[in-house]
Design a protein around this ligand. Structure first.
Ligand code: ADP
Ligand code: MG
Length: 294
């Protein structure tokens, strides 16, 4: 492409809210054959709502458990953390980060924290082994379709269970359909459950070509590497857990508004809007630049 076409393309992309950290990435975008998408916060809004929350211990009230959990979660920026904090406040419980003596986060699994002497784990079923427990409790009555289930352990003991719902962003379905019509293969890479992944896929009308669920951050990076055997691959994500995949991909596109600082740092392109339909639009621009038609 000519330097003028390139500058013009970069400025058109910037008007769409896509900031390229180097012009080589605009050229690379034109050649992308496969795109990996994170689910939570990328395809979906990542604004979870807690729909159910139960204490499983007779001697710990729901309010006490909610106070401990939300206080620990106030150290995390994950969408699940935000949902639990909102839920606590709706129950007139104010999380207190100053009461948290220890905190550790396990991307793709959950968190650990110590509050008022209690060692607590919160996360998906994978967190059970961090807690040293082999039992994963069941949500009474089961979870509703598409909802994610979260677990709370007090030391090694199952202490609580909660369910969360999230919805697809408006425009996700159209964006993925447009990419498909451009001949780009689309793949979901999520740390969430198969159930929640399948539910999102149904809402999208089954547009995604492949779904990978229950992934740890390093799994996402490994899958991008495998996809690259079939052609240049992009990754779009928002979380700390997406960083290895964003770095491995030929182009990593970070969600710049609601995404984590690490994702925007590692990404080659930052999407300064929560609208992923800007991605196929930018892909069209990049192809025009390569053909020197602008
Ligand atoms: P995705 O890949 O879809 O963006 P993540 O890898 O960020 O999902 O998270 C996967 C799962 O890990 C979440 O659905 C949640 O169950 C659990 N999890 C992650 N962080 C937390 C947290 N701070 N509190 C509770 N659960 C968490
Ligand atoms: Mg995410």
């Amino acid at each position: 492409s000519t330097p003028v076409a390139m500058l013009c393309g970069l400025s058109k992309a910037a008007n769409l809210g896509l900031l390229f950290k180097g012009e080589e990435y605009l050229e690379a975008l034109a050649k992308i054959k496969i795109m990996g998408f994170d689910k939570t916060g990328t395809i979906t809004r990542g604004e979870f709502v807690v729909t159910d929350f139960k204490s499983l211990l007779d001697n710990v009230s729901l309010n006490t458990l909610l106070y401990w959990v939300s206080s620990i979660e106030s150290k995390s920026s994950h969408p699940v953390a935000t949902a639990l904090i909102d839920f606590a406040r709706a129950h007139f419980i104010e999380p207190n980060p100053d009461k948290v003596e220890k905190f550790e986060s396990f991307p793709g699994e959950g968190i650990f924290g110590k509050v008022e002497g209690n060692e607590i784990y919160v996360g998906n079923w994978k967190i059970s082994s961090r807690a040293g427990c082999t039992a994963v409790p069941m949500l009474q009555g089961g979870s509703r379709e598409g909802e994610s289930v979260g677990y709370i352990y007090l030391g090694p003991f199952p202490a609580g269970i909660f369910s969360l719902s999230d919805v697809c962003r408006t425009g996700s379905k159209e964006a993925l359909n447009e990419l498909k019509s451009m001949g780009i293969k689309t793949v979901m890479l999520t740390g969430d459950s198969y159930r929640a992944a399948k539910y999102a896929q149904d809402q999208l009308g089954g547009v995604l070509d492949v779904i990978h669920a229950e992934l740890l951050p390093e799994d996402k990076g490994r899958i991008i590497k495998e996809l690259q055997k079939d052609g240049p691959t992009a990754m779009i994500g928002d979380g700390v857990n997406d960083a290895p995949a964003l770095a491995t991909a030929n182009i990593g596109i970070a969600m710049g508004v609601s995404g984590s600082a690490l994702a925007t740092e590692v990404g080659h392109v930052v999407l300064m809007s929560n609208d992923i339909s800007r991605i196929p639009q930018a892909a069209h621009i990049s192809r025009e630049v390569l053909r020197k038609v602008i």
